[in-house]
Design a protein around this ligand. Structure first.
Ligand code: PMP
Length: 444
């Protein structure tokens, strides 16, 4: 494996000399990259982007890639979809007014559309899903007068300090290994339970100090871990029984369908979080409150929602990002698009399963609508801790570089593939061919 990996890395380096040189010159960037995540490297240096359109990425060395990473969901609508670009141009070139702290009429359209899709009655915008989560956390603490938020181990909801908690040896929470600069020990603000563990959840809720459970309906940031039958209904029952609110973060599980897992699986959260994809690449995020919760908040005269409630920042809800959300929801991430994307992901998943079966690999593949991911464990992990334990960094890097050398991008930090509205059957077939060859090079 080590030798095969070296060979792929050498081939990558020889073919990406412009990217390698640009990285070597980036002396004024912390870690040589514009954002530290871009140092999640399978190959020693990042591919530098030249341009991207649809499901294709082109690098500065002249290579073209089929992009199954799609900016880790930020580009789920495809790169620069025409209706979103037209709306952006209209706002930038024709109308002007990129950020003004004044509302535009597009915002109510987007709110109504998100209500139609996700059910939550009242919406507010941020610029990232992280900020939407932060705002929701402050709000549920204020409304319940309880201090703690409960998370699933190995969840990801952005750089939200409260969420960086895992299950320790005694079943209670401990700081997630590697966390950077926690303001207080995480157990002061948070509780934790494993995904798919209703008994563990109940033990934690029984303390009576949990304001809300903040979770993804399926874990998507430690592989995809799907809910077992009855689990999500059980979570909703337990939260109601113990007086905790339920926040569903649909930032990634939106791949389940046009109304995310909320609509696809008939969920009833008190708050829905969404971000990344719905702006078609323009920074955005949103949180949606149930009618009842919104009323409760607005009745609280002791809360200064106008001034102190404005998490998400000065530029949140700006005309550009709202115009981009409207165009993307109205014309790009439509019901028909989801049907196409989910059909392709189903094909992709079957192809990966076929290779796993052919070589009798102890791997598994899990699909969540338009998104699919394989893990080096069989059966598929049932929770975040099991999934984290199945990681194999060298194997993962090998597959990523092998695929990149043959024109295919997978999502860094994952073995994840996401379909966009213009991904085609030929792209999925090409992945199958290359993935099968990669596995054959290891086990053939
Ligand atoms: N929630 C979930 C479920 C996510 O996957 C992510 C990002 N991967 C976030 C929140 C944070 O989104 P952003 O980076 O836009 O803040």
């Amino acid at each position: 494996m080590g030798l095969l990996y070296r060979r792929e890395v050498d081939q990558f380096a020889a073919a990406h000399q412009s990217s390698q040189a640009a990285y070597a010159r980036a002396d004024h960037l912390f870690g040589r990259v514009p954002m530290t995540w871009m140092n999640k490297l399978a190959s020693g240096f990042p591919i530098y982007l030249d341009r991207a359109i649809g499901n294709r990425v082109f690098d500065i060395d002249g290579h073209e890639y089929i992009d199954f990473a799609l900016g880790d969901t930020g580009a789920m609508a495809g790169h620069s979809p025409a209706p979103t670009v037209a709306a952006i141009q209209q706002r930038i070139v024709t109308q002007g007014g990129l950020t003004t702290m004044l509302p535009t009429t597009d915002a109510e359209w987007v709110g109504a559309e998100l209500t139609r899709r996700f059910g939550a009655a009242k919406w507010s915008f941020s610029l990232t899903a992280t900020d939407a989560n932060r705002w929701a956390i402050r709000l549920v603490r204020a409304l319940t007068d309880r201090p703690r938020i409960l998370f699933n181990a190995y969840c990801y909801h952005g750089s939200v300090d409260e969420s960086l908690i895992v299950v320790g040896p005694d079943g209670n929470g401990i700081d997630r290994p590697g966390n950077v600069g926690a303001p207080v020990p995480v157990t002061a603000t948070s509780r934790v339970a494993e995904f798919n563990d209703l008994a563990g959840l109940e033990r934690q809720l029984a303390h009576g100090d949990v304001a809300a459970v903040l979770m993804e309906p399926a874990l998507t940031n430690i592989g995809i871990v799907v809910p077992e039958p009855g689990y999500l209904a059980g979570v909703r029952d337990l939260t109601r029984r113990y007086g905790a609110l339920l926040i569903n973060d649909e930032t990634h599980t939106f791949s389940a369908g046009p109304g995310g897992a909320t609509a696809a699986w008939g969920l009833e959260p008190d708050i829905v979080i969404i971000g990344k994809s719905i702006g078609g690449g323009i920074p955005c995020g949103a949180y949606g409150l149930s009618e009842e919760l919104a009323d409760r908040a607005l009745r609280r005269t002791d809360l200064d929602l106008v001034d102190m409630g404005g998490v998400g920042g000065t530029l949140a809800g700006n005309p550009l990002s709202v115009a981009a959300m409207r165009a993307t929801l109205e014309h790009v991430l439509t019901e028909a698009a989801f049907e196409h994307m989910i059909a392709l992901a189903t094909r992709f998943t079957a192809d990966v399963q076929q290779v796993i079966d052919e070589y009798r690999l102890p791997w598994s593949v899990s699909q969540l609508g338009a998104r699919t991911e394989y893990r080096f464990a069989d059966p598929a992990p049932r929770n975040g801790t099991e999934s984290a334990a199945s990681a194999d960094p060298l194997l993962e890097d090998y597959l990523h570089v092998y695929l990149a050398n043959r024109g295919i991008l997978l999502t860094p930090f994952h073995n994840m593939a996401l379909m966009c509205p213009v991904t085609g059957a030929a792209d999925v077939a090409r992945h199958h061919e290359v993935f099968a060859a990669a596995v054959a090079s290891l086990f053939g």
